[in-house]
Design a protein around this ligand. Sequence first.
Ligand SMILES: [Mg+2]
Length: 189
Amino acid sequence: MRIGLDIDGVLLDTMKAYIKIYNHNYDEKRKVSDITDFHFGYILGLEDKEMYEIFEEINIKRIDLVDNSIPTIIDKWKSKGYTVDLITATSSKTIIKKYQRLKYLGVNFDNVHRVDGLKGEYAELYDLIIDDSPDQLDDILLHGGRAICYDQPWNRKWEGERIYSFSQLGGLWRWKNKQRKNLMKLVII
Ligand SMILES: [Mg+2]
């Protein structure tokens, strides 16, 4: 079994760190739950430049995991011999820091792939890819892959397979031989 995981919004809670800086800089009291669109600049009233400037301010060493059960679940997968790779569109400037942060937080993975843009080229190389971006999920499906949406406020309109926490994936290996249509019903362990 080969599993591809996105970093931001799936493993690292980058949006929490982002909103904290935004609230501080703009004297606002926004919440992550306010971010109901992946292209969220307009929600916060930010121009593209201002939006990216906040990303620059994030201290990656302080970003938390989206879900504290992630290291344990991934270790279970690894003990079954699964390959767990990261597939990210993060900038080449931040990728090493995010890699180091994940290792520090106890997340074990095999390889890291960085893309400029969409991830469809990896779709068929993995049994499943978990992502939080509707555009990425669509592109993975378009290229014949199995896309699983990690539930976030900005992807609620996306229709397809969805998980709400990593603990839902604890028994992932049990899905392996099931028909694809049955996989729409997630096994909650
Ligand atoms: Mg993401």
